[in-house]
Design a protein around this ligand. Structure first.
Ligand SMILES: Cc1cc2nc3c(=O)[nH]c(=O)nc-3n(C[C@H](O)[C@H](O)[C@H](O)COP(=O)(O)O)c2cc1C
Length: 360
């Protein structure tokens, strides 16, 4: 069996789960006297993406977002140069602990899209791993208890060791559950698409800083996609945000919250106004049938634009109003994250997210 002398993993990681998995694999590679290099794709420039050496085993690691992969990682893979290397894909998902079980998340298109793109670019898919690390989605649930985190991370470490033993020795590792969950992953694919075209923009505009914010700019400096701007000494989240949870989980003041009241208002307005506009103008009044696809699609595009505009305008309004201490307090007290513990992968600190230049 051919083994590669060199391992390279390009990763995106919001709160350190994917990074931790990369470090485990890299350590296993070094134990086998392989040269191993892992690099964050944070704020990558598409013109400086380096091809991996011909014989290298190449890995891509990233979290699952909205039954897909983060748009930023997808973009990276799309811009990645063609090649013939053996490749593995590792997506971390939302693991939970129920009794003695580490319950799985769901990948949707998180593996399928990169498999398709990389195969078309000439790469050979050698390994797939969906790793159910502790869920980091603090906007929708509190951080897991430390005992649950420890349990889940231990299980995942064992899985990664088993996986890397195979791929580092040149064998294929495509697990049986990939095929078992395939119908379910395909069934949720419309949600994955919806997340990529709309959901991520909506989530980006639910973050705000409470009065605890002291303007230290850590969130701006460490945002992996450069989505945060400091305006009037307060962070402002642009549509580039991937909702990776890094800012919320690393803010030393714990000042970053998700506004659930604003999220509810956005959902209410964005589902009622654009959808009724679409139905009335493009389906009812024009007397269209479902088969009239050109007008149907332009109607959808307009509805999409209208939805984004509503979200954008509401966020600008909230950002302006938040300057008022009373209104700021209202948003804080109507945010569930105000009471919730944060999450970072064990052993991971802010220093682990420092951007370093990739080797030439
Ligand atoms: C915005 C967002 C969406 C997510 N969507 C999914 C999902 O669809 N399926 C899933 O299993 N986990 C989902 N998760 C959980 C993360 O994929 C998971 O916690 C991952 O391990 C985080 O890795 P990281 O620390 O490297 O960013 C989501 C998390 C966030 C923040």
């Amino acid at each position: 069996m051919n083994t590669s002398p060199y391992l390279r993993i390009d990763y995106f990681s919001g709160t350190g789960n994917a990074l931790t998995a990369c470090r485990w694999i890299a350590q296993n590679a070094r134990d086998r006297k392989m040269s191993a290099h892992i690099q964050a794709i944070d704020r990558f420039d598409r013109h400086s993406i380096k091809k991996a050496p011909d014989k290298a085993l190449l890995g891509f690691a990233y979290p699952t977002h909205g039954f897909a992969l983060p748009w930023f990682m997808l973009k990276y893979i799309l811009f990645f140069p063609q090649g013939r290397n053996a490749v593995f894909l590792l997506n971390t998902r939302a693991g939970m602990k129920i009794g003695r079980w580490n319950t799985p998340g769901l990948s949707g298109l998180a593996l399928l899209l990169p498999i398709l793109i990389l195969t078309l670019k000439g790469y050979r898919i050698k390994g797939l791993l969906s790793l159910d690390m502790p869920s980091n989605w603090i906007s929708v649930h509190p951080g897991l208890f430390p005992s649950a985190v420890e349990f889940i991370v231990h299980k995942c470490h064992t899985n990664v060791d088993r996986f890397s033993a195979k791929i580092l020795s040149g064998h294929r590792s495509i697990p049986w559950y990939f095929f078992v969950f395939l119908p379910l992953d395909l069934a949720v694919s419309p949600i994955s698409v919806l997340y990529l075209v709309l959901g991520r923009f909506f989530l980006a505009k639910t973050f705000f800083a409470s009065k605890k914010c002291n303007g230290c700019k850590i969130c701006e400096d460490y945002c992996p996609v450069g989505a945060i701007r400091i305006i009037d000494d307060r962070p402002y989240w642009s549509f580039y945000c991937e909702s990776c949870m890094r800012c919320m989980n690393t803010c030393p003041q714990q000042a970053i919250e998700t506004s659930h009241s604003m999220a509810a208002l956005m959902i209410a307005l964005a589902t009622s106004l654009p959808v009724s506009y679409y139905l009335s103008v493009f389906v009812n009044e024009a007397g269209l049938t479902l088969g009239d696809s050109a007008i149907y699609i332009s109607g959808l595009a307009l509805t999409w634009l209208l939805t984004l505009t509503i979200i954008y305008v509401l966020y600008i309004l909230m950002f302006a109003l938040l300057r008022n201490p009373l209104i700021n307090r209202f948003f804080v007290y109507t945010s569930l994250t105000y009471c919730w513990a944060r999450y970072k992968a064990p052993g991971i600190g802010i220093k682990d997210f420092k951007r370093v230049k990739p080797p030439s």
